[in-house]
Design a protein around this ligand. Structure first.
Ligand SMILES: O=C(O)CCC(=O)C(=O)O
Length: 253
């Protein structure tokens, strides 16, 4: 999975790369099955994983909807399932991440699945990941966004603001979530992907996604990586981050 010069130039200019097809049909099916089992409660670890429900479900408005389709986000699903863990360390993804991070020394920062169910999937506000991930310096992580379903403009694909990562940290308003201020959304690029395709983005790239009012689900599996020589700059205790490639650095994450 060696990136072409053009792909590297695109990433350097935009702060994201719409890579396209990456998973095999078998990898995709296996991943979908485990994600759905965790969301629906049928997985042996379903009661252990952190889950955020759709806002409408939290307000008690989705009465006739299955448990699976009330879920908005699964937190760190790689910690609860081997297939998802293997996806997070898929060599095809790590090879791209290595080129984008500029090092073979790579640690896993975290993973999440954003489910975006059919008919009532809600938005992800404009944000920079590093506005959330203030414990890691430098703010230069790379995420791989894997489409588990076709991601279209209609069903709420991710939208990226090209070049936004070059301006450092943008101001964010805080509610339950962070909302980047001053975004001109007419400049945003939709990341349209077929199921099994991937995009990669820098943690300072402003991005978000719209609602899903279509009859088609839009699940996205996000795996986020950092250089092993990154620093932990929070006052609370550092968790153990898994080394996926290369070597550890003393005093670093
Ligand atoms: O999947 C989405 O809608 C948003 C994804 C996102 O915010 C991320 O990958 O950091």
């Amino acid at each position: 999975m060696v990136l072409t010069e053009l792909q590297k130039v695109d990433y350097e200019r935009d702060g994201f790369l719409i890579y396209g097809h990456l998973l095999t049909a078998e990898e995709l099916e296996a991943l979908r099955g485990r994600i759905d089992a965790l969301a629906s409660g049928e997985h042996p670890n379903a009661d252990k994983i952190g889950v955020r429900l759709e806002a409408a479900a939290q307000r008690g408005e989705l009465q006739n909807v299955t448990r699976r389709d009330k879920v908005w986000q699964l937190l760190d699903p790689h910690g609860y399932d081997e297939v998802i863990f293997n996806h997070a360390r898929n060599p095809k993804i790590l090879e791209v991440v290595e080129q984008l991070l500029g090092t073979e020394d790579i640690k896993l920062f975290h993973t999440q699945t954003l489910m975006k169910p059919a008919m009532h999937g809600s938005i992800v506000s404009w944000h920079q990941d590093s506005a959330y991930w203030t414990s890691i310096a430098p703010p230069a992580l790379v995420s791989c966004w894997t489409a588990l379903d076709d991601a279209t403009e209609e069903n709420g694909c991710v939208r990226m603001l090209p070049g936004s990562y070059k301006k450092g940290l943008w101001p964010h308003e805080r509610t339950d979530f962070l909302h980047a201020q001053g975004v001109d959304d007419s400049l945003a690029i939709p990341v349209v992907l077929s199921a099994g395709g991937c995009s990669f983005h820098h943690s300072l790239t402003v991005h978000g996604s719209g609602e899903n009012r279509t009859a088609h689900r839009r699940r996205g599996m996000v795996t986020s990586y950092m250089r092993a020589d990154s620093k932990w700059i929070a006052s609370h205790e550092k968790p153990d981050f898994l080394l996926l490639r290369g070597r550890e650095y003393p005093g670093c994450v």
